[in-house]
Design a protein around this ligand. Sequence first.
Ligand code: UN1
Length: 504
Amino acid sequence: LHLAPEPSLPLPPDLYGPRRRNSHGLDLAVPAVRAQLEQAFAAASVPAIPGSAPEDVVPAVDRAVAAWPAWERRSAEDRALILRHAADAMEGELPRLCALLVKEGFKCWGDAVAEVREAVDFLRFYANEAERILQPATLPGPTGESNVLRLTGRGTWACISPWNFPLAIFTGQVAAALVTGNCVIAKPAEQTPGIAAEAVRLLHAAGVPHPVLQLLHGAGETVGAALVAEPRIAGVVFTGSTQVAKIIQRTLAAKDGPIVPLIAETGGINAMLVDSTALPEQVVDAVVQSAFRSAGQRCSALRLLVVHEAIADGVIRMLQGAAGELVAGDPSQWRTDVGPVIDGEAFANLQRHVRRLQAEAKPLLPESEPDEATRLLPPQAFEVAAVEQVRHEIFGPVLHVARWSGDPQAVIHAINRIGYGLTLGIQTRIDSRAEALAREARIGNVYVNRNMIGAVVGVQPFGGEGMSGTGPKAGGPNYLARFCAEQTVTINTAAAGGNVALLA
Ligand code: UN1
């Protein structure tokens, strides 16, 4: 494999402005790389994985509870090393994992490579973070006392992950819980069990004991619900819809016993505000990436473009041209930009939404026949009268466009009032305006003059506000602490004659 070298200098500015640097990515333009991925694709088969039953939950939790004390007592360094081994193994199996992401998850090749990279990044980042935060801290206190704060595991976590990042989000959740000294019972999305099984295989091979990391497969309504309701589950981490996050929250609240933490990363109606000074080429490039890449099946994806009326006609014209060049098709083909949506239900929901928009809004792109058999929905864009008209999250390549004039702060307030708060794009050449608008937005990730997807682990901590989640941000410095219990030990050293050595 030819690994593209990490660039040592920032990319030179070009017509489209700065872009994300794809660190250590495979160079898909290299014929040998393509050949290797194609070979892996031909060899890969999606495993048939039997579903679990709700009755499998209790024995799984029994095993995890029994295994927990020994796992929790191992050092952070020990557990971090296991994550690093798993990262190396995942990197070593990159072509096979990419092939599986294309076959089972319907990802395009570029997205598949980026996703394996992200999973590897999560493993390495959380390994480093665990070593940092799990060191006991001595806190200054009154004379004659010694105070130590330490973080420990909490017990057994339920990790419930979505199909749209079946490797990266799955691995991120599981790695965070494991490295902080917790056992994990993972329930990945029904649509992508094979990829989750591969990740678990690699983690077990790297040294995670089998009872410490267990997998349950099946529907959220049955297996997921039974897992969350299990009395001994010490925490739940969930990525998916706002509605399901609230069902989980209610289930946890209704249980007797401890108050169980929920870490939820949910949906968004993500907007991009474009002012009259913005560079149209840069705007359109960012819109196409953010709204249509991954067939719009990212919670970070752009749903609502709010463009100043002074440049709106030009931006829309350019967008029509750029969207018209996108190729919707078989994700295993190199030229495909937009693959199918995940399943028939998703396709039917999108169809309903598009039909409503066809009746209520102005179509901006030529109508194209959606194909039920292939689940291909070519990019769609509709002009709506106002920000307020977009109320429901849709999960596909469908963009709403609204015009604005007057006070940009008022636009941000309207966006805040939608109630989600995941990602926001701002396009302007007035720096002070970008800062002021970002400051006003109740939004977790704000991207200025660039696309608004593809948060990089460790440098762009990802997660939302309001209906978009509970925080803390994945891939950020505050994430791991939420998987931990905190204990403060205060010892009256004067009373013991100053001879008590505190074992941290
Ligand atoms: C999701 O789509 O469920 O920044 C979240 C991004 C990704 C989004 C993942 N981290 O585009």
